[in-house]
Ligand binder design. Structure first.
Ligand code: MG
Length: 157
């Protein structure tokens, strides 16, 4: 068994599609980024890579590479899952926490879990997605940014 942890944060800007865990959310601001800026997916990718000691998202999918411009981060997650499978690892479970004052995410949580589980070819029950706020404090509190944490457990087959 191996554990991995990931963290990411992006600025929220007006007019960007608001894609969070592969769900397009009706909200006037969205995460800035080279890809679609899907913050919790980036945290989850880093947690997976960390667990397998395979580097980080920036090394695997460099943001100077036009190949990844505007790409769905769910596709990057799929690639990451395939890379771990190639190395003989299986995901046991993942726990993702999204930190955002707005938008409110509770109604999307089950769809988000399903999107992540599908990308990683695991049961929805292996994936937890939680949303919290920082009570109005800091960059998530004033809605200028969004952040996410992820923890994963993988096992060697
Ligand atoms: Mg990122």
């Amino acid at each position: 068994m191996r554990i991995g942890q990931g963290y990411d944060a992006h600025r929220m800007v007006e007019g960007r599609p608001c894609v969070i865990c592969g769900e397009v959310i009706n909200y006037p601001f969205g995460p800035d980024g080279h890809s679609d800026g899907d913050v919790p997916v980036h945290a989850l990718i880093d947690a997976l890579l960390g667990a397998a000691a395979l580097g980080d998202i920036g090394r695997l999918f460099p943001d100077c590479d036009d190949k990844y411009l505007g790409i769905s981060s769910i596709l990057l997650l799929k690639e990451t899952g395939a890379l771990l499978a190639e190395r003989g690892y299986r995901l046991v479970n993942a726990d993702v926490t999204i930190v955002a004052q707005r938008p409110k995410l509770s109604q999307y949580i089950d769809k988000m879990r399903h999107n992540l589980a599908s990308a990683l070819s695991v049961e929805d029950s292996c994936i937890s997605v939680k949303a919290t706020t920082e009570e109005g404090m800091g960059f998530t509190g004033d809605c200028s940014g969004i952040s996410a944490h992820a923890v994963v457990l993988i096992e060697s087959l």
